[in-house]
Design a protein around this ligand. Structure first.
Ligand code: GLU
Length: 378
């Protein structure tokens, strides 16, 4: 019996399955429906065992190109959006008909970062996805590419699927791609490259390894998969990167020996509000802090005070999200600020008791309260 991080006690799991374009097309220029039906069969098997499945499906643009017979279009945002608009409906029709073979119903959710940035909209989206899951309907999620501009996009479905995992309180995130997992080097040009079976810490070396490999189809490469894995495991979600073409890969992901590379979730998963801070809002500025403040925030779990701040960059308002960095520029934390960047620049390095005198008002001693701050450093 396990307790998932929504507090429910159960033996069954909620699994987010992310299917990249390369998996859905098998590297060709067509949706590979024969392979899609095999993936659906495995989802149906999990469902039969009592697990809940959420699909994050790429492939809208590929489906759009296919349906319109590879049209010659100008290389513009509008053309991409056109392809996504046409392709998304093709894609969802394909999923609908394939899941219906197993008597399963699906519900489409098209999201952008803007839907997750605001806490209220985030909770709304959470209610929808949970309602679908509770009613045995498979949510099929994609980014709303037909309308989303780059400013409001998550940008790749790896990161989107981590956010979806947080939304639905998933236990597992399965990132299916055209490679068997994460390797110690790029397997395409290094015969000594070995598959990494288990990852406990995501460090600079691993990021470097992941940065060098990628696929030509779809948006994500290993680098975005690693980002997604990092976000998800902080929220208590186990992540698996594996080949979408591997036999029984989805069904085996719930077994004792899952395929591919497995990222263990952090033991102390974040509470819900902090998960949203991690997942939802984009940070619009940076707060640089001194070594004493780094120790206070990281080791003692303290709030960030103005005294420890040495520099502010970017523009943010009170209540918005900023990144916290150390003197070397390394990311330490992310959190909601109590003071705007303009106010913070005036009180940088100052004692909390002087804030009122300097600004003529104050919102408390904390620049970032410990409850509003997520430590990112390993
Ligand atoms: N949303 C894109 C699509 O459906 C895919 C993005 C990605 O592959 O990361 O084509």
């Amino acid at each position: 019996m396990t307790t998932n991080h929504n507090g429910n006690v159960s033996t069954t799991k909620t699994i987010v399955v992310k299917l990249g374009t390369s998996v859905l097309t098998g590297g060709t220029i067509h949706l590979d429906r024969a392979h899609m039906v095999e993936l659906v069969r495995q989802c149906a098997e999990l469902k039969k065992q009592g697990h809940s499945v959420v699909i994050v499906s790429s492939g809208a643009m590929a489906a759009g190109r296919e349906h319109l017979d590879y049209p010659e279009l100008p290389k513009s945002m509008a053309s991409r959006q056109l392809l996504a608009a046409v392709g998304q409906s093709q894609l969802i029709q394909a999923w609908e008909s394939l899941f219906s073979i197993y008597g399963m119903k699906i519900g489409q959710m098209l999201l952008t970062r803007a839907d997750l940035e605001d806490r209220e909209r985030f909770l709304n989206a959470r209610d929808t996805i949970n309602a679908l899951v509770e009613n045995d309907i498979i949510p099929v999620v994609n980014e709303n590419d037909a309308v989303a501009t780059s400013e409001i996009k998550v940008g790749d479905n790896d990161n989107l699927s981590a956010l979806v995992g947080i939304l639905c309180g998933a236990d597992k995130l399965l990132l299916l791609t055209d490679q068997p997992g994460l390797f110690t080097a790029d397997p395409r040009n290094n015969p000594d490259a070995e598959l990494i079976r288990e990852v406990r810490t995501i460090d600079a070396t691993l990021r470097k390894i992941a940065g060098g490999s990628g696929t030509t189809l779809g948006t994500g490469g290993m680098a975005t998969k690693l980002q997604a894995a990092d976000i998800a495991r902080r929220a208590g979600i186990e992540v698996i990167i594996a080949a979408g073409s591997a036999r029984n890969v989805i069904a085996d992901s719930v077994g004792e020996q899952p395929p591919g590379t497995r990222f263990l979730p952090l033991e102390e998963a974040l509470e819900n509000r902090k998960r949203w801070i991690l997942a939802g809002p984009m940070a619009s500025g940076d707060i640089i802090i001194d070594d004493g403040a780094v120790r206070a925030v990281v080791e003692r779990g303290s709030s960030l005070l103005a005294k420890g701040v040495t520099e502010v960059s970017g523009h943010f308002g009170r209540g918005e999200v900023a990144r916290v960095r150390n003197q070397e520029g390394k990311l330490i934390a992310k959190g909601i600020v109590s003071y705007s960047s303009v106010d913070l620049a005036k009180i940088t390095g100052k004692h909390s008791k002087d804030i009122g005198t300097i600004l003529g008002y104050e919102y408390g001693a904390e620049v970032m309260h410990r409850d509003d701050l997520v430590v990112i450093q390993e």
